[in-house]
Design a protein around this ligand. Structure first.
Ligand code: MG
Length: 162
């Protein structure tokens, strides 16, 4: 049995914060505002995995008013969510994501993001894809005010001996 889930997240770009996406810190004058490390890629992928397993959403499991998650490393939240998905009897087949961000260019960091995400999910880097697109000057992404991420995850019901 195959299951799919979608995830979406956005965070505002502000001065004085690091820009961390997929567990990789990128050189940038602006970073992402949020209670945790604001890693929108990890958050969207986490929601896609939880969605595919019908396990609610990231805000339910890791509330943004909980002091335990202040400046949390979102790679660790993703790792924990993957554990819940496995516990519910699913194996992750693959994950795909699109980052919408005006700048910086992400091409040079995509491999590192895929490797970090894959490690947290327990997949190979060839089972996790990360794409990037800009806003072409339109909307909050195009004006450079924030980042948005879309993600999709596919699961299969794990066999007894998996
Ligand atoms: Mg978020």
């Amino acid at each position: 049995m195959i299951r799919t889930g979608i995830g979406y997240d956005s965070h505002r770009l502000v001065a004085g914060r690091p820009l961390i996406l997929g567990g990789v810190e990128l050189p940038s004058e602006l970073g992402l505002e949020g209670h945790s490390d604001a890693d929108a890629l990890c958050h969207a992928v986490t929601d896609a995995l939880l969605g595919a397993a019908c396990l609610g959403d990231i805000g339910e499991h890791f509330p943004d008013n909980d002091e335990r998650y202040r400046d949390a490393d979102s790679i660790e939240l993703l790792r924990a969510a993957t554990g819940m998905v496995r516990e519910a009897g699913f194996a992750v087949v693959n994950v795909d994501a699109t980052i919408l961000l005006e700048r910086p260019k992400l091409a040079g960091a995509r491999r590192a993001m895929r490797e970090r995400l894959a490690d947290a999910i327990g997949l190979g880097p060839d089972e996790v894809n990360v794409k990037a697109s800009t806003g072409e000057g339109i909307g909050f992404v195009g004006r450079g005010e924030g980042v948005a991420v879309l993600a999709i995850a596919t699961l299969r019901r794990a066999a007894e001996n998996d």
